[in-house]
Design a protein. Structure first.
Length: 311
């Protein structure tokens, strides 16, 4: 039975969760620092074979820690926000030129005749950001809607994640309620996406939002059975296990070396800071602007209204 649209989206996660990625990065950065200090320590050369083995081991620790920082740094980033160049922004070229041109024209005309500004974004993935956080960041960054009315609407499709969301500006939440947005997601867009019809999802989704604003009825699409999301391959699972145990061995080894020198292995990590940084974060700011001759109206008043779905 197909899943219905909900206000929160489940995203695929790796089956083995080590710990919070930001903390893992900080810990590995600390391990790199410890490894560098360890390498700089003077060595008493006794037996050549033992001395060479020690140097090789220490260099291996340093390389492993550095690799871990790079790996986690790459995996923890959120996907970049595309530029706002037209009402329909197809960042991965999955929408046909015909549909893109047609919907661009319809959305511009709709806005010029008094309707809210509607933008459609088709991306590959939101990265490690949740669908809702990525969507509201994108809507605010583009400044969708009029500055005084906050009447912007963003239709976001993340194809690789198999998720979509309609983000509704605070100025039009009375007309396009969460329930209405969920109806568009569930009965109009999801059937198209389950059939791998990206053009249809973009076209019918944008038109459904305009129809709701005009007070017209929405024609639901036939229900298409959902196909299961791609599961992690055995190779990916094996790599996760190897990485997990490799980090444990690295941590224990550095901990033992630090204990012999009377230095705690957690150090500044235990206090929640390293290199002057903490664990807190702040998401992107507001503001719109023109990109390539097109842009938002300085809006960006989005407070989380809308609906999400997955297929």
């Amino acid at each position: 039975m197909p899943r219905r649209a909900v206000h929160t989206t489940k995203q695929s996660q790796i089956s083995i969760v080590l710990f919070d990625v930001s903390r893992a990065q900080l810990l590995l950065q600390y391990l790199v620092l410890k490894s560098e200090l360890y390498l700089k320590q003077p060595q008493v050369q006794t037996k050549p074979q033992v001395w060479i083995s020690t140097q090789v081991a220490k260099k291996s620790f340093f390389v492993s820690a550095l690799f871990g920082v790079i790996l986690l740094g790459c995996s923890s980033t959120s996907a970049a926000l595309p530029e706002f160049t037209a009402p329909v922004v197809d960042a991965i070229e999955r929408v046909s030129a015909e549909v893109e041109t047609q919907i661009n024209s319809e959305l511009i005309s709709f806005q010029q005749t008094g309707g809210p500004q509607i933008a459609v974004a088709v991306v590959d993935t939101t990265g490690n950001a949740t669908l809702e956080n990525y969507s509201i960041d994108l809507a605010r960054s583009w400044g969708i809607g009029d500055k005084e009315k906050d009447n912007g609407v963003l239709v976001l499709i993340a194809l690789k994640d198999r998720t979509l969301r309609i983000e509704v500006g605070s100025g039009v939440e009375g007309e396009l309620t969460d329930v209405t947005a969920a109806g568009i997601v569930d009965s109009v867009m999801l059937p198209r996406l389950r059939a791998n019809d990206v053009d249809g999802a973009v076209r019918d989704g944008a038109r459904a939002v305009m129809q709701v604003w005009r007070g017209e009825n929405i024609a639901p699409q036939p229900i298409v059975p959902s196909t299961p999301a791609t599961e992690p391959t055995p190779q990916q699972s094996i790599f996760s296990i190897i990485l997990f145990f490799g980090l444990i061995i690295l941590f224990i080894t550095i901990a033992a070396a630090g204990k012999k020198r009377g230095v705690g292995v957690l150090g500044p990590f235990a206090a929640g800071t390293i290199y002057g940084g903490g664990f807190g974060g702040h998401r992107g700011g507001f503001g719109g602007g023109g990109f390539g001759g097109f842009g938002g109206g300085g809006g960006g008043g989005f407070s989380g209204g809308g609906a999400s779905g997955s297929w």
